[in-house]
Design a binder for this molecule. Structure first.
Ligand code: PLP
Length: 383
């Protein structure tokens, strides 16, 4: 008898991660490779976190604190919520899964904007929950009206996924639009449709433009907020994130998680990173500077880009340099620069490029300029 798998698992397309540096070196025989593919922190990990984790190594024979007491207590104070609202996860991706596991069953639906961060529809499908996608607006931002329509029309919609800003577009929803949307969703089916607001890039956004997301958690009964240590704190490899969930949902999420889903080093590192104000400041400063440098560069070369509130920019390579995202990705890879094609998001003409250190961004700009030079050479020889 052959093994039988649920249809939704058979249909599952795994997450496509950024190409690792070592793999690229091995495959292409390169000695120096720059990665601008996974929106990581170009300054490395928070030094305070590294120091605390080195000291914490001697405790590794013991299992971690299953309640994550110290870290949750710190997060409670930081976010000004109750201890029981905080749920820790193996990256904020795990919190998505925990919410879906506790709140949906196979046959339910999730609503999202098309081009939503891929981990959402994947986590949903793993639970047998399909995603209904609302087409984007012309400027590639989420079409909240279309999303609301889907929520209203489909009685088995249980969850809405809303990363703000979204990845891979970097585009954020305005507070006014979000407020109206959340008010409407809360009214649908007595507030039983739950909205997951993913603020993985919150620390990078312009605070004059986007409110602290905890505001929405406090204002609405059906909202959870996800945050991560992977971006501004530079701890992507540690796999730790957290969610601020309504107490009832948080209690279910705690029930369905595995007992030691966050490691001892994860707890220690994240806790120390929260106090690393200098590192956060440096990261933010670098991001702001390099966002300006790179936006200006793309603009000067006539490469269309989306206005990003994250630590990356989505560029239209087809219009800008006459190449598909995948083509430019492959070309850049051979020069030792890893970027991120986004055809899996239905965006084959685009390429997502993280902001690196100034020296790394210079290498990337050189790659682009060489491509443009070659293209111009071709045009001249044709005419
Ligand atoms: C929108 C968004 N949410 C969540 C994550 C993942 O966060 P974590 O590393 O905490 O699982 C990412 C990572 O790229 C992201 O872009």
């Amino acid at each position: 008898m052959p093994l039988q798998f649920p249809e939704y698992i058979e249909k599952l397309k795994p997450y496509v991660a950024g190409k690792p540096i070592d793999e690229t070196k091995r495959e292409l025989g390169l000695t120096h490779v720059i990665k601008l593919a996974s929106n990581e922190n170009p300054l490395g990990p928070s030094p305070r976190a590294v120091k605390a984790m080195s000291n914490g190594m001697k405790t590794l024979a013991l299992y971690p604190d299953p309640a994550g007491y110290e870290l949750r207590n710190k997060l409670k104070k930081r976010e000004k919520v109750e201890f029981d609202n905080i749920v820790l996860g193996n990256g904020s991706n795990e919190i998505m899964e925990l919410i879906l596991k506790s709140y949906t069953q196979p046959g339910d639906f999730m609503v999202a904007g098309s081009g939503v961060f891929a981990a959402f529809p994947i986590s949903a499908r793993i639970q047998g929950v399909e995603t209904l996608f609302a087409p984007p607006q012309l400027d590639m931002s989420f079409n909240l009206e279309a999303m609301l329509d889907l929520v209203k029309k489909n009685t088995r919609v249980r969850v809405v996924a809303l990363p703000n800003p979204n990845n891979p577009t970097g585009v954020a929803v305005s507070d006014d639009d979000l407020d109206k949307f959340l008010q409407e969703v809360e009214r649908v089916r007595d507030g039983s449709v739950h909205v997951i607001l993913d603020y993985a890039y919150y620390e990078f956004v312009d605070p004059r433009k986007i409110k602290n997301p905890i505001h929405w958690f406090k204002k609405f009964s059906n909202v959870s907020v996800l945050k991560t240590f992977s971006k501004i704190f530079g701890l992507g490899g540690l796999r730790i994130g957290y969610g601020v969930l309504p107490a009832e949902l948080a209690a279910r999420a705690q029930k369905v998680r595995m007992p030691f889903n966050v490691s001892t080093l994860g707890l220690i590192g994240a806790s120390a990173a929260l106090d690393d104000h200098l590192f956060v400041k440096k990261t933010l400063q670098l991001n702001r500077e390099q966002m300006k440098v790179m936006s200006k560069f793309y603009q000067s070369r006539g490469i269309p880009q989306l206005p990003s509130q994250g630590n990356f920019i989505l560029i239209h390579t087809q219009k800008g340099v006459g190449m598909w995202g995948q083509q430019l990705f492959e070309h850049a890879l051979r020069q030792g620069v890893i970027t991120r094609p986004v055809a899996n998001y239905g965006l084959p003409e685009w390429l997502r490029v993280s902001l690196g250190k100034p020296s790394e961004n210079k290498v990337w700009m050189k790659v682009i300029d060489e491509v443009l030079k070659q293209q111009r050479g071709k045009q001249v020889s044709k005419s």
